[in-house]
Design a protein around this ligand. Structure first.
Ligand code: PEP
Ligand code: MG
Length: 608
């Protein structure tokens, strides 16, 4: 998305006086920025700039008699830090349980219990006769130096953890940064360059209503946290820390990734309305839950949910979905330091299966690589990760991880209807190799007398590369279902990096090439008599429902939050009108004509 700046008349109440470092060239006007919305919802609140970087650390000498007291001051700060970690874990117990964030806190807490860090700092205070803050800083630097010589990406990640924990202790040593001194305004909108799980320990979650992270991505800790807490969040607004000041009024639209700083009264009124619409719509979840997902001419459109983390099932169930169309299994370990083993994955799947009460569950094998390369996998850094060892390529190269996932699914299939989805497929050989490995896994379990389902799980393929879409007839003949990943299909077909905001306007789901590939995929699945769905973001935008249904795709999978709106849209359409509409779009070759026709349809035009 693009950054944009609008200048409007400033209402008296939001006039700001900027002081000190502010370098905003548009002092005293409303400022609009767009980033990436990673958790939906609208908030009108007050900015709280959360600077997680430590400024100056005081350094001074102490005399010998002061050593015990200084060591005790340090140990008290450690206890404060531990307590803060406990408080946040306690507050978010239901949310964090069993998910990657809680294991991060375990790592942090482990470091604070009799570790080298603690012993080292106490020794430095005594031997060098320096204050606790200086001792923490030098001890952290010494540990980091040792780790740095190991040249290991896993260890590098640990260095960051150690630094982060050290920074918390120093904060607690510096009384002005103690938790009790962080006065959050009511309805606080936290703006930070980055926010680790540990940083949140210093904040009172009850007072926070939204997050904006100037860098970050949809899979950053903050995004996970915000989604878990149901708070709006936006990432990727690089200059916001410079132009916003604590106390400023700010509007956050997490659905569309929009930030309005010092909004005009007109925009405050508008967003108050949007906010009440949003809240009303959220309440309408309940009403729509029991309504069938059918077109006005009674054609059933299957709606499924996408989940990244297991606890999202709860929210999904509130929407009355027909199953889970995508579990992005790589999220199980993107934010943790160890690999979930076969048993852990089996347990997660078994729990999800028990919650879904027989409804189908689509488990996508690890789609690592691209912008999802966890340190623990030691994937080498390459020039073009999106074109590298990603998805099924990585899985078939390493095989061990894939087989572990296959065994977990095979075992869990005894408890529910679970199907396997392979990411980033480009050729039929990848399917046949995966099938062979799946059969091997079944054999291994059989030999150990581990119960297996009566039937092997269905094996499906993501259609998310142009190669897969152009070979879809062959792929469809060799698998049990297709799922279209429009996020990557658009990225690879249009050569538009999905993570690069400078080319975001070119990321066009209605591009004629995309419509043709969607149609071809739908036709191939229908000819092969196998189901086809879309699990990319295109399915979650209600505006695309008509074209997708018209192209022959009658199964859509999306985040829970989008289901009611898409369902409402489906119920307002007839299959016949969507088919005529899709055919009209397919007949056009100019992207601008397609957009115009699309907008005309939105405004009521019909194409019989
Ligand atoms: C997609 O590419 O559309 C998709 C659903 O997969 P992911 O977004 O996880 O790459
Ligand atoms: Mg994808």
């Amino acid at each position: 998305m693009t950054n944009s700046t609008k200048i409007k008349k400033l209402p008296a109440f939001s006039k700001r006086r900027r002081t000190g470092q502010s370098i905003c060239p548009l002092d005293g006007v409303e400022i609009v920025r767009e980033g990436t919305g990673v958790s939906p919802g609208i908030v009108i609140g007050r900015v709280f700039i959360y600077d997680t970087l430590l400024k100056t650390v005081p350094q001074y000498k102490i005399c010998e008699e002061e050593v015990p007291a200084e060591q005790q001051r340090f140990l008290n700060a450690v206890q404060d830090t531990l307590h803060q970690f406990d408080v946040i874990l306690d507050k978010a117990k239901d949310i964090f349980e069993g998910d990657p964030l809680s294991s991060l806190f375990d790592v942090y807490r482990h470091m604070l219990k009799g570790s080298r860090l603690i012993r080292g700092v106490c020794n430095r205070i005594k031997n060098a006769q320096i204050n606790a803050e200086a001792a923490v800083q030098t001890e952290i630097a010494a540990i980091a130096d040792v780790f740095a010589t190991m040249n290991d990406s896993y260890i590098s990640a640990r260095i960051e953890d150690i630094r982060s924990v050290g920074a918390k202790i120093i904060r607690n040593l510096q009384s002005e940064a103690k938790e009790k001194k962080i006065h959050l305004p009511e309805n606080a909108v936290i703006i930070a360059n980055d926010l680790s799980a540990a940083d949140t320990a210093l904040l009172n979650l009850k007072k926070i209503s939204a997050f904006v992270i100037t860098g970050g991505s949809a899979q950053s800790h903050t995004a996970l946290l915000a989604r878990s807490l149901g708070m709006p969040a936006i990432v990727g607004i690089p200059d916001l820390m410079r132009i916003a000041q604590t106390g400023d009024i700010i509007i956050i639209d997490g659905t569309y990734g929009k930030v309005i700083l010092c909004p005009t009264q007109e925009n405050i009124d508008l967003y108050r309305k949007y906010r009440s619409d949003f809240l009303r719509w959220k309440r309408s979840l309940k009403r729509l839950r029991s309504q069938p997902s059918v077109t006005s001419d009674q054609v059933f459109i299957r709606l499924k949910g996408n989940i990244d983390l297991p606890h999202e099932v709860d929210f999904l169930l509130q929407t009355g979905v027909d199953g889970i169309g995508l579990i992005r299994s790589e999220y199980m370990f993107l934010n943790r330091r160890d690999m979930p083993g076969e048993d852990e994955q089996f347990e997660i799947l078994r729990t999800i299966a028990s919650r879904m009460e027989g409804k189908p569950i689509t488990f996508r094998t690890f789609d690592v690589g691209g912008d999802k390369s966890p340190d623990i996998l030691h994937t080498p850094k390459t020039e073009n990760p999106a074109l590298g060892l990603r998805g099924i390529r990585f899985a078939l190269k390493t095989q061990g991880l894939l087989k572990m996932q296959f065994r977990a699914v095979l075992r869990a299939c005894c408890f529910g209807d679970i199907q396997i989805l392979l990411p980033m497929v480009t050729s039929v050989e990848e399917i046949t190799t995966a099938k062979k490995l799946l059969a091997e896994c079944a054999e291994e379990l059989r030999e150990k007398n581990i119960p297996l389902p009566d039937q092997m799980p269905r094996l499906g393929v993501m259609i998310e590369t142009p190669a897969a879409a152009l070979e879809v007839e062959t792929l469809a003949g060799n698998c049990d279902f297709l799922s279209i990943g429009t996020n990557d299909l658009i990225q690879y077909t249009l050569a538009v990096d999905r993570t690069d905001s400078s080319v975001a306007p070119l990321f066009n789901p209605l591009h004629p090439s995309i419509l043709k590939l969607l149609k071809r995929t739908a036709d191939a699945a229908n000819t092969a008599h196998i189901p086809v769905s879309i699990c990319g973001e295109m399915a979650s935008n209600h505006r695309y429902a008509a074209v997708l249904i018209g192209l022959g795709i009658h199964e859509l999978s999306m985040p829970a939050i989008n289901i009611p709106m898409v369902k409402e849209r489906i119920r307002s359409l007839s299959l016949a009108e969507t088919e005529h509409f899709a055919n009209r779009l397919l007949s056009l070759c100019m992207p601008s004509d397609i957009v115009k026709t699309f907008n005309d349809f939105e405004e009521g035009a019909r194409f019989y």
